[in-house]
Write a protein that binds this ligand. Structure first.
Ligand code: 3AM
Length: 189
């Protein structure tokens, strides 16, 4: 497995999570949803559309690329954007998807594989969402019932390992590896 090595050869931890990458159509629907929220007066830290993702399992600090531990998706399945909501405790406004047993099963397989490989992850139950705004301030809570995403859909065919990094422009989430139907695909570190 590839390790993240400093110039002196010592291994440093990466901040990792497993997730799904939105298709271009879904990313555009989410970006336009963000614009509608902005126009409706919702304040907060809007995620750059390039950073939008659906988390399947949060690993945190770990020294190795764990792409090889990820399960392949198997039969590809569709995800469709359906609604928005807020997690009060985590202070995020997110877009949700239509109920999808194949997605729940994939998240469970990811977590089983990580557990079997001895890789720790946040054990909170899977609650599928795509975060759009951190620390949102809504002019009116009723907005949540009136603004909906376009019902854009995407086909899920691969699981992604993301690296999360703090940059001068905020957090950046980069796919460093994918488990595809053909096996592991390395992406730019
Ligand atoms: O999927 P979202 O974007 O809502 O909040 C972080 C983000 O969630 C979450 O992992 C995703 C990618 O960073 N996250 C960050 N630190 C976390 C932690 N210590 C965490 N989730 C659980 N425990």
């Amino acid at each position: 497995m590839a390790k993240d090595e400093d110039r002196d050869g010592s291994v440093t931890a990466m901040r990792l999570f497993v997730g799904l990458q939105p298709s271009q159509a879904v990313r555009e629907a989410l970006a336009s949803l963000q614009e509608r929220l902005r126009a409706a007066g919702v304040e907060g830290r809007y995620l750059d559309p390039a950073n939008l993702h659906l988390t399947l399992a949060f690993i945190g600090e770990w020294p190795e690329d764990v792409t090889a531990c990820l399960p392949p998706v198997g039969e590809p399945f569709a995800l469709t954007l359906s609604h928005i909501g807020v997690f009060q405790r985590a202070k995020v406004l997110w877009a949700g998807v239509e109920p999808c047993p194949a997605l729940d099963a994939l998240a469970a397989r990811v977590r089983q594989n990580l557990q079997a490989a001895g890789i720790p992850f946040d054990p909170q139950p899977f609650n599928p969402h795509i975060t759009l705004i951190r620390k949102p301030v809504l002019p009116d809570a009723a907005l949540l019932g009136t603004i909906r995403p376009q019902p854009a859909a995407m086909t899920v065919g691969e699981t992604c390992l993301y690296r999360s990094e703090r940059t001068e422009n905020g957090m950046a989430y980069t796919v460093i590896g994918k488990m595809t139907t053909e096996g592991v695909q390395k992406c730019g570190h």
